[in-house]
Design a protein around this ligand. Structure first.
Ligand code: ATP
Length: 472
């Protein structure tokens, strides 16, 4: 565990990417060469507008910019960097005559300024100092993330073995550029998972753009995806940027990708292969840099065999697949999810409840949840709205669920402040003991089932029950 934590948070070897914006090409090149020698990855842009293009489409840790340039000056580059890449540090280069602008740059959030002619050693020192700061910020973020991850990942809650597997996949995939295909029934959290991937990727400061293919008539889909020029077709009164261009530098999430018409599939494949798009009604190709995450409820593999989904696109999309299990196959997560949603809605609606009664919980645990987590979430919100006595009981449940209740005991089994959040900040030992006790409670003391839920062997569970002095 400790090793794992150290490996995850040891960022000393992370390569720092640097963008150098300078209209003096030879100077930019010399700066790049001197930084490559200390292990940086450098890109040069030989004009302000090119610099802006880079900042809009790629991620950099450090931006070094000349202050005085024609068209777009260094202060604009600084402003743009702060907007697009808030975690990046900006170093400005200035002649003695424009020290005044350098001071303005510092006030605008520049990390430091260096005067020309450049002293290479001074430049390297500044870059190394900025890199140390960037690594420190990232290390803190990684440590905080690990704390969140004890019970889930970026709002994706679950401790059942199948969700643990999903969460493990998310942690490994998030920092990569890999295309991911998410499979799962409606309401199982496909969009939530796609957002979690984006939020934990180096693209997190760029847009996450979702598009539900099934919600769009075929005629509109292509213009939504690729955009169009004014007059491209009847009704195209103005120019429109498509979702792919909007997602430039970030992540495009295509939901219900199985619904995509064949002709659009070909065009999407071309975008993924060439990283270029052409707006409808235009001949001009534009470069785009997107990470694609797609999702479907359909059996894409079967569709591919039948010929209704392109084989080449299927293989492109399914580089890695994440399968989200339906809620009925991981009932062990229901109590944790109920607590999570109760807390969310109590806060949102400024209501206080003590918790859920044992009988209501039994019904909620027994129901099959065809609408999965979305349905559970809506049910909890509805129960909270109906409740008048501060205890969510069978009478607050929708009929189809309340009929599954056994008995009407109003003993509270799920409190609002119990559960995952209550455990934050507690020693891992206590967290483990809590979850073992809860799993035994859920399985009504059946050790074999509890061990399965916890993803450990029965003997290990037995040892831990004794170690923590838990009731058997
Ligand atoms: N593991 C989870 N933990 C917490 N909340 C979840 C989880 N999974 C889903 N949710 C919540 O359930 C609701 C539905 O999730 P989401 O929209 O991501 O599902 P989906 O699979 O994309 O649905 P659809 O296929 O119908 O578009 C959202 O409010 C989401 O926040």
């Amino acid at each position: 565990m400790t090793d794992h934590l150290d490996n995850d948070t040891d960022l000393t070897n992370v390569v720092i990417s640097v963008l150098i914006v300078d209209d003096d090409e030879a100077h930019a090149q010399a700066v790049a060469e001197s930084l490559v020698r200390i292990g940086c990855e450098c890109t040069t842009a030989n004009s302000g507008p090119k610099g802006i293009e880079c900042i809009e489409s790629e991620n950099y840790d450090i931006v070094i910019t000349d202050l005085k340039m024609d068209d777009v000056d260094g202060l604009t580059i600084l402003r743009k960097t702060k907007e697009e890449l808030p975690e990046a540090e900006v170093i400005v280069l200035t002649g003695y005559s424009s020290i005044h602008s350098a001071v303005t740059a510092m006030q605008g959030g520049a990390y430091t300024y260096l005067t020309k002619p450049l002293d290479i050693q001074e430049l390297r020192n500044a870059v190394e100092k900025a890199s140390t700061r960037i690594r420190l910020i990232r290390r803190n973020a990684a440590l905080n993330r690990r704390l969140d991850e004890r019970f889930g990942f970026e709002g994706v809650i679950g401790t059942s073995p199948s969700m643990n597997k999903v969460i493990e996949q998310l942690k490994n995939l998030a920092p990569t550029e890999t295309t991911v295909l998410i499979l799962g029934e409606s309401g199982t959290g496909k969009e939530l998972v796609a957002r979690a991937l984006h939020q934990n990727s180096p693209r997190k400061n760029k847009p996450f753009v979702p598009l539900n293919i099934s919600a769009l008539p075929e005629s509109i889909l292509e213009s939504e995806l690729f955009g169009h020029e004014q007059g491209a077709f009847t009704g195209a009164a103005t120019r429109r940027i498509g979702k792919i261009e909007h997602a430039n530098g970030g992540t495009l999430f295509l939901d219900e990708v199985g619904e995509m018409p064949m002709e659009t599939q070909i065009k999407l494949l071309r975008v993924l292969e060439d990283r270029k798009i052409t707006r409808l009604g235009s001949n001009e190709e534009r470069s785009v840099n997107i990470r694609l995450v797609a999702a479907t409820n359909a059996h894409l593999k079967e569709m591919m065999e039948e010929g209704s989904f392109r084989r080449d696109l299927y293989y492109r999309l399914s580089v890695v697949t994440i399968s989200l299990p339906p809620l009925r196959e991981r009932r062990g997560d229901i109590p944790l999810l109920i607590e999570h949603f109760l807390k969310e809605f109590c806060q949102r609606h400024q209501k206080e409840v003590q918790g859920v009664s044992r009988a209501a919980r039994h019904a909620l645990m027994s129901f099959d949840w065809p609408g999965n987590i979305r349905q559970l979430r809506n049910t909890i919100e509805g129960m909270l709205a109906l409740d008048t006595d501060g205890l969510l009981d069978v009478d607050d449940l929708p009929d189809e669920i309340s009929s599954l209740a056994d008995g009407d005991g109003d003993e509270i089994t799920l409190g609002v402040s119990s559960g995952a959040d209550m455990m934050i900040g507690k020693p891992l030992r206590d967290v483990e003991a809590y979850y073992i006790a809860r799993s035994l409670e859920l399985t009504e003391g059946k050790r074999e089932e509890a061990a399965k839920l916890l993803g450990i062997g029965e003997r290990t569970l037995y040892r831990k029950i004794k170690e923590y002095g838990l009731k058997q």
